[in-house]
Design a protein around this ligand. Structure first.
Ligand SMILES: [Ca+2]
Length: 183
């Protein structure tokens, strides 16, 4: 009987271990897809082109694309564009993926990503992408990089976009972003 129990237990343990491994593989696969899936359609139809000067008063909204995660009410997506360098968006995960919508199309001058500790500490961001939705309705990569090794990343660009998408990943530790200043 004890032997039988042991066998049953080990079988159950095996099933649990297998399930956990499979879940881990699916989660890892999904994460890789999110990071790699950089070219998609996006909507710029019916959006008018405004001037760069109007960016100051443009309505900017931010959306968390990490649908797998519970919404984090304490550190919501809107913290990315609230104009406050002390508040951050944080998805409770080692990958972040936020879209900022500018409503209309704006010619950009530069985008400043404020990472703070998530940028200058090596256990946090290990790679990142900044993409823009062009007038033709395509996502393009405006900039990308490995570990920022800095609290702030400044991206100079001349692209005209209606949306910006910031993706970043860390090896393991959870990451966030304090601000995306769009000029
Ligand atoms: Ca902020």
């Amino acid at each position: 009987m004890p032997i039988k129990l042991t066998k049953t237990h080990s079988r159950i343990a095996g099933v649990i271990a297998g399930t956990v491994m499979l879940a881990g593989m699916i989660s890892f696969g999904t994460a890789r897809t999110l990071i790699k899936n950089v070219v998609q359609q996006c909507g710029s139809e019916d959006r008018i082109v405004r001037s760069n000067a109007e960016l100051l008063v443009a309505l900017k909204t931010a959306h968390n694309n990490m649908v797998l995660q519970e919404p984090n009410e304490k550190f919501p997506a809107r913290n990315l564009v609230d104009g406050n360098f002390d508040t951050y968006a944080y998805p409770n995960y080692h990958i972040l993926d936020y879209t900022v919508d500018l409503v209309d199309l704006y010619p950009l001058d530069k985008v400043t990503v404020v990472w703070n500790e998530f940028g200058d500490q090596s256990n946090y961001v290990s790679k990142w992408y900044l993409e823009g939705c062009t007038q033709a309705g395509k996502w393009i990569i405006i900039a990308r990089g490995g570990p920022p090794r800095s609290k702030v990343t400044v991206v100079k660009t001349k692209e005209t976009v209606s949306q910006l998408r910031l993706r970043a990943g860390a090896e393991r530790d959870w990451i966030g972003a304090y601000e995306m200043k769009i000029e």
